[in-house]
Design a protein around this ligand. Structure first.
Ligand code: SAH
Ligand code: SF4
Length: 337
């Protein structure tokens, strides 16, 4: 940057570093989903997933190496918490995806490869608030990525005080990982519920809607066979969001549901609900008047589906080769100086 004074450049050289995230591997699924594994130092790695759709692409970005919340159905949760990513490491995932895919799709300067960012990779974004918010601001800034607020989504397991801060600091779209219709079950599935129970979480959702770019909260619900997927659970879920159950304490939330069939990983001891069960559960929510989608499982042949991200550093080429997905294992490379 020769437009800066030499003295300033020398000073910055001593204090700042500009580099891309070191890439450890790239895997491409048979459905076009791409998963990158980045080295974030000290044996830690994080994963980023690009999910192509007909007219756009969604990037699933990580916010932490590991996660401290410890949900039993999540591979990242099983791994425990290593550290928060820095703002540059969060943005570096978007930078890498945009640069890689731009070349691959032969896009012109005014086109972009990623037009949706979801903070649904590894980690609990609202437990890394200080680094997250500046990253979100760069994603939204017209001089940077220029994404619309509606197309940047923070997914949280329910860190209530930070939901309140986010609506003031940077109100992007919000997804809340619910997974259970009452406190008793949610205490087990999302341990953070013991600190911020449902009535507090629902209250924070209603407050968030005052400044949200959309007029609903998306509730994510991981479908676990025999755990949270019965008709009774669906009926209780409707009562909860209508403010009619004991745990919701009269708080009604304008919402949509996104059902995620559980993606298994070794040692979870849990099973995915059958497609019939998922459809029946979805139908009950729809009959009650709630828009409900079932998330398509993308990239599971390369372990890139929700909850399968564990940032494993070892080369799994052999495992991949036995599966249907095409895989490319890349030796650790420095992407820039
Ligand atoms: N920590 C944040 C964001 C990352 S997880 C959160 O919990 O919201 C993104 C979504 O994937 C969450 O809804 C999470 O509950 C869900 N998820 C985690 N493990 C999963 C699994 N094994 N199968 C399906 N969904 C899972
Ligand atoms: Fe953390 Fe989200 Fe996984 Fe729970 S589901 S352990 S909050 S990453």
């Amino acid at each position: 940057m020769t437009d800066l004074a030499r003295s300033l450049r020398e000073k910055l050289e001593g204090t700042h570093r500009i580099s891309a995230l070191p890439l450890l591997s790239e895997h491409v699924s048979s459905d076009g989903t791409v998963k990158w594994l980045f080295d974030v130092g000290n044996g830690n790695a994080v994963e980023t997933v690009f999910i192509p759709e007909a007219d756009r692409g969604t990037l699933c970005v990580s916010s932490q190496a590991g996660c401290a919340v410890g949900c039993p159905f999540c591979s990242t949760g099983h791994q425990g918490f290593s550290r928060n990513l820095r703002t540059g490491e969060i943005l570096g995932q978007l930078w890498h995806a945009e640069h890689q895919l731009r070349g691959r799709f032969r896009l012109s300067d005014n086109e972009r490869a990623v037009d949706n960012v979801v903070m649904m990779g590894m980690g609990e974004p609202l437990q890394n608030y200080a680094a997250l918010v500046p990253a979100l601001k760069v994603m939204l800034d017209d001089h940077a990525y220029g994404l619309s607020r509606r197309r940047v989504t923070v997914s949280t397991s329910g860190v209530v005080p930070m939901m309140d801060r986010l609506r003031h600091d940077c109100p992007v779209a919000l997804a809340v990982s619910l997974h259970a219709p009452d406190d008793a079950l949610r205490d087990d599935l999302v341990p953070l519920n013991r600190k911020y129970p449902l009535r507090e979480l629902l209250g924070a959702c209603v407050r968030y809607l005052e400044s949200a770019p959309r007029d609903f909260i998306t509730f994510e619900y991981c479908m676990l066979e025999g755990v949270n997927d019965s008709d009774v659970h669906a009926a209780r879920l409707v009562d909860l969001v209508r403010g009619r159950s004991e745990d919701s304490a009269g708080i009604e939330v304008s919402c949509k549901f996104n059902l995620i069939p559980f993606n298994p990983f070794p040692a979870s001891g849990l099973k995915r609900s059958s497609p019939q069960r998922v459809s029946a559960f979805a139908a009950l929510l729809q009959e009650a008047g709630y828009v409900t989608t079932v998330r398509k499982t993308r990239g599971d042949d390369i372990d890139a589906a929700c909850g399968q991200l564990a940032g494993e550093v070892q080369d799994r080429t052999d495992v991949q080769a036995r599966r249907s997905g095409r895989s490319i294992a890349i030796q650790p490379v420095r992407m820039s100086s």
